[in-house]
Design a protein around this ligand. Sequence first.
Ligand SMILES: NC(=O)c1ccc[n+]([C@@H]2O[C@H](COP(=O)([O-])OP(=O)(O)OC[C@H]3O[C@@H](n4cnc5c(N)ncnc54)[C@H](OP(=O)(O)O)[C@@H]3O)[C@@H](O)[C@H]2O)c1
Length: 272
Amino acid sequence: MLAGQKIGFLGGGAMAEALITGIVKSELVPVSKIFVSDINRNRLVYLQKKLGVNLVNDNRSLVQESDIIFLAVKPFVVEKILNDVEGIINNTKIIISIAAGITTGCIEGLLKGKQVPVVRVMPNTPALVGEGASALSLGKYSGAIEEQKAAALMSAVGKVVSLPESLLDSVTGLSGSGPAYMYIVLEALSDAGVRMGLPRNVATLLSAQTMIGAARMVLETGEHPGSLKDQVTTPGGTTIAGLYTLEEAGVRAALMRAVETATKRSRELSGS
Ligand SMILES: NC(=O)c1ccc[n+]([C@@H]2O[C@H](COP(=O)([O-])OP(=O)(O)OC[C@H]3O[C@@H](n4cnc5c(N)ncnc54)[C@H](OP(=O)(O)O)[C@@H]3O)[C@@H](O)[C@H]2O)c1
């Protein structure tokens, strides 16, 4: 599906680096077919040395060179870049935007009705270690082929789901902001271990590995998290004693409210 396709990155920052690393490692596209442009020359040199990508001196040449173009700059730069490349872009190319909060309609508008297929993706930071959780939405001129290509590329850095764009603010509130919620839980568990006499490094390792292990149990067994919880909860035992304390503290409701608040904030910021 991606054979022979040239992949361009407008912006060679942290996310672009993560994506290129994943795409090359998973052998989806050879590095000889990957192109990057960035206003920061040092970044380009770094990416060429580290990953062997092709450097392109300006955004217009990058668009000309590439079949699939990742818009991987900060959201406030998107309008300027699209104004710059709009004249040379056409509907044989696909734009995949990872710019947070920028809608497909906004991108299509900046491309002045050229019917270019646009896919919007909301990734999260664990993509940097190949464990991202991304959601993608299709623009007005995208279909199954664009969806498959974008999903294949994003799966190089983690799990991907397809959703209507109206749900991307909810994704931002859950998996976009979610790593920070998990870091807080992890830090608190580590503190708790220290409080109970464990050395800090041991407490952090046990907490982090427990989080990875529990997440993999859910994904790999396909079982409901409540059922997995029941399986480790002996009548009158230690786990139910700990769970009762969490319920008393309202941990579930706090997490649900956190996702709700972050979703609302995402709507406010993107004006949706
Ligand atoms: N990082 C994440 O976990 C994450 C998660 C979800 C979504 N996103 C989205 O992903 C996008 C990229 O994020 P990032 O963290 O990779 O950002 P980043 O590290 O700042 O990378 C953006 C790169 O683009 C360069 N740039 C700025 N203006 C440019 C221009 N006119 N032409 C070409 N290159 C230009 C920047 O150079 P300078 O540094 O010199 O400006 C920088 O090297 C953002 O829109 C963000 O919202 C990121």
